[in-house]
Ligand binder design. Structure first.
Ligand SMILES: Nc1ncnc2c1ncn2[C@@H]1O[C@H](COP(=O)(O)OP(=O)(O)OP(=O)(O)O)[C@@H](O)[C@H]1O
Ligand SMILES: [Mg+2]
Length: 309
């Protein structure tokens, strides 16, 4: 049985009975049974799960729902999200396998119910661009220990995993923030380590990327105006996607949904913010122009930059 146990780090140092005890008698000496630290509630649940896994027959590839121990998405939570501890996660297949992440389709359900279908984006521990202090990506975040910084710089397996976890956390934070302000993005269900679960955009099949759709000239114009208003919404928050293209936009029931957001750019904090904004706009404006839409690229960039100020 593989066991992974988290100890509660929030237990203040000066009150850690075990560590004190090593230095001699303390006021905690009579405080009950001796134990090594305290298991968090999450760790207890995870441990129980691991033991259950060893004794319960879950079909191959299935796992217990990872909801309890994960970081959760913004409230109010859509009612389709399954939070039951008795739910299991079943792999339905791979949506896309990429260099930096794989996207899987998962059904989370209490056995015998329909549950929900979610997209699981799993960042890989290899080949990553690195989060760097002055890239703007790590803004506000700080590595707690330099050992972690060194591991990432030296690309040890541990370090690569940390980098993957940073990207996953960054995308989860970006999706949560954008969901809150009404930008059309998949609802971020949870994040657990390098894996992020989000609303699956699609019905029987995944929604196509904008680059794959074929629509009438009037519909291209409609989609362009939708995208413009999304860009204004982002700029109003002082943000731009950072890697916007017709491949990172899905079209579902005539509505655009932005995806692939770990590098969301803060136009104010990032010294090259306007450069990223201009690149994003040029990418998509060029795409729509090639489909016969009358676009005003440079004017739009200026208007958006103004909006962000
Ligand atoms: N929530 C979702 N619902 C449906 N399909 C999704 C969802 N998220 C991702 N996909 C599919 O998986 C593909 C890859 O997702 P994403 O762009 O986030 O990952 P990526 O590894 O950065 O990919 P790439 O390197 O191609 O940009 C998307 O193009 C889309 O087809
Ligand atoms: Mg992508």
């Amino acid at each position: 049985v593989r066991t992974h146990i988290d100890f509660d780090d929030s237990f203040p140092d000066e009150r850690r009975p075990f560590e004190k005890r090593r230095r001699g008698k303390t006021r905690f000496d009579d405080a009950g049974p001796r134990r090594r630290g305290r298991l968090t509630e999450e760790a207890k649940t995870a441990l129980t799960r691991e033991l259950d896994d060893a004794t319960t027959d879950l079909p191959d590839g299935d796992r217990w729902s990872t909801w309890v121990a994960a970081e959760h998405g913004p409230a109010p939570r859509p009612d389709w999200v399954v939070t039951a501890a008795a739910a299991t996660d079943t792999e339905l297949g791979v949506l896309k396998s990429g260099k930096e992440a794989d996207v899987h389709l998962i059904r989370r359900a209490v056995p015998g119910t329909d549950g929900c279908v979610v997209a699981a984006k799993r960042y890989r521990g290899a080949d990553h661009r690195m989060f760097h202090r002055d890239s703007g990506y790590l803004e506000g975040r700080r590595m707690r220990r330099s050992r972690e910084m060194r591991a990432m710089a030296n690309r040890t397996a541990y370090g690569r995993n940390l980098i993957a976890e940073q990207w996953s956390a960054a995308e989860f934070a970006a999706l949560s923030r954008l969901w809150d302000v009404g930008v059309p993005v998949p609802y971020p269900v949870q994040r657990d380590g390098t894996e992020l679960l989000m609303e699956f955009i699609g019905d029987e099949v995944a929604a196509p990327r904008l680059a794959q759709v074929r629509v009438s000239p009037a519909e291209w114009r409609e989609l362009w105006w939708q995208l413009r208003s999304v860009l204004f919404l982002l700029a109003g928050e002082g943000l731009t996607h950072g890697d916007l293209s017709a491949y990172n936009i899905l079209v579902h029931n005539g509505q655009l949904v932005l995806i692939d957001l770990p590098q969301l750019v803060d136009l104010v904090a990032n010294p090259n913010g306007v450069g990223f904004l201009a690149r994003d706009v040029r990418n998509v404006a060029g795409f729509f122009a090639a489909r016969g839409v009358d676009v005003d690229t440079e004017e739009l960039i200026e208007e958006l930059a103004d909006e962000a100020r």
